[in-house]
Design a protein around this ligand. Structure first.
Ligand code: NAI
Ligand code: MG
Length: 410
């Protein structure tokens, strides 16, 4: 029996293209794992009325380690329209299987590294004061609280009377008190002290382990006094336990502006759910965007790794597939690091870095050309060709290591 069993959930669209490629990479570094497939996503919703079937939940509960591609999700009305005829009107409602998975398994810590690969043509370039250009090295890891905040799911259009009555006890609700129910939508931002402390602690632990000099808490406490206020309060309390690491505090709006001014100054960034989602996408844009953005959803027992991108339906039917599999590979790398396979993770990361630096094999996004059927004829590598190039680098590094050459020379 293998040491690890990984639950593989390709999901929808391009998830089915990039996840199998990641398995080729994991096999090449001889990760000692078995893989079990699990269904998730839009097809499950349409056929079964549940985008995260119980059998998938059971597999995750059993094996505790998941690799996930991407899913398609659509607004309420479309979800209802696409549901199988026999299930229509039977009380099924669509919930995002990712959000459900995070909440079910308390995957409360989301880690999103945004680290530039030298030579990536998508890296952020900045005009320097002498009129030239420079390319800051971005090395940011975003810690996003993954289960609370505005994603807690406590929301209404036309809130029930008790909710209105409760809200009426707050003086700031006065201007809204007369708005008809059908014209009133409310989402509740819930932050618990426990979760706030946990995500801040996870951020500081990471900073300590990997030698980052600062942790930035990125919220909006001047306006969201209670919820962002509590995040900030906990960040300050946790910071006291890490004397060598500076705590910086920024507002989410200002941070999105500053990150193109001096992104190299930031190290670990920590935020609540929605702000973490926003700021991690913003930083990811500096290092290559969706083709390079990986993430880990970590709970006390279960961990699931996934690229940040979605199912990109417009490219899902192309043959050969054209999307960049690197975000998926970096998610697999995070999984290896999570289970302690540091050397295998390092080898894959270095192979990716070598291919990116060389620049001979680039998917369409890295060439800055439109995606679509024409991309390949314009010189873009297919998804498989990108994998092959990385596999070739892995093979070279294996041979050189085998021949007794030092790691530095590989
Ligand atoms: P998306 O991330 O699927 O695609 C947006 C665009 O980014 C694509 O059209 C493509 O141009 C580019 N792109 C995405 N992945 C790429 C890759 N690996 N390589 C190169 N280019 C890439 O987001 P979109 O179009 O807003 O959503 C499509 C579906 O995915 C929706 O149903 C949405 O709900 C879902 N979604 C799922 C997510 C997940 O599974 N975690 C996250 C985001 C969206
Ligand atoms: Mg997002």
């Amino acid at each position: 029996m293998a040491k690890w069993t990984v639950v593989t959930m390709p999901g929808d669209g391009i998830g089915n293209q990039v996840l199998p490629e990641a398995l080729r990479i994991l096999k090449a570094v001889e990760f000692d794992a078995d893989y079990v497939h699990a269904d998730i996503g839009w097809d499950c919703w349409c056929r079964e009325g549940n985008a995260l079937p119980d059998r998938t939940v059971e597999l995750l509960a059993k094996h505790k380690l998941g690799l996930f591609g991407a899913i398609t999700s659509k607004p309420k009305k479309e979800a209802e329209a696409e549901l199988k005829l026999e299930l229509k009107g039977k009380g099924f409602s669509y919930f995002s299987p990712i959000v459900t998975m995070r909440q079910k398994f308390h995957l409360d810590t989301c880690i999103r590294p945004c680290i530039s690969f030298p030579g990536n043509p998508l890296n952020f370039i900045r005009k320097s004061s002498n009129g030239g250009y420079d390319e800051p090295y971005v090395n940011v890891v975003v810690f996003r609280q993954n289960t609370e905040g505005l994603y807690a799911g406590v929301e209404w259009t036309n809130p029930p009377e008790q909710v209105r009555t409760a809200l009426a006890t707050h003086s700031k609700f006065k201007p809204f008190a007369k708005t008809p129910g059908s014209d009133l939508a409310i989402s509740v931002r819930i932050i618990t002290r426990k979760a706030a402390r946990k995500i801040c602690k996870a951020a500081f632990d990471w900073a300590k382990k990997y030698g980052y000099k600062s942790v930035t808490i990125c919220e909006k406490p001047n306006v969201l006094r209670e919820t962002s206020g509590m995040m900030e309060e906990e960040a300050r309390a946790v910071a006291k336990e890490y004397p060598g690491i500076a705590l910086w505090s920024t507002n989410i709006d200002a941070q999105t502006m500053w990150l193109t001014k001096n992104p190299e100054e930031y190290g670990v960034v920590v935020a609540s759910n929605l702000f973490g989602d926003v700021i991690s996408d913003a930083f990811a844009g500096l290092i290559g965007g969706l083709g390079f953005a990986a993430s880990g959803n970590i709970g006390d027992e279960v961990a699931v790794f996934e690229p940040t991108h979605g199912s990109a339906p417009k490219y899902a039917a192309l043959n050969p597939p054209i999307v960049n599999p690197i975000a998926m590979f970096l998610s697999a790398v995070m999984m290896l690091e999570h289970v302690g396979e540091i050397e295998k993770a390092r080898r894959i990361r270095e192979a990716i870095a070598a291919v990116v630096k060389e620049g001979a094999v680039r998917t369409y996004d890295m060439m800055r050309i439109p995606g679509g059927a024409m991309a390949i004829s314009q010189g873009a590598a297919s998804t498989t060709e990108m994998t092959n190039a990385i596999l070739a680098k892995l093979e070279t590094s294996r041979e050189l290591v085998g021949a007794g050459l030092s790691r530095e020379r590989v």
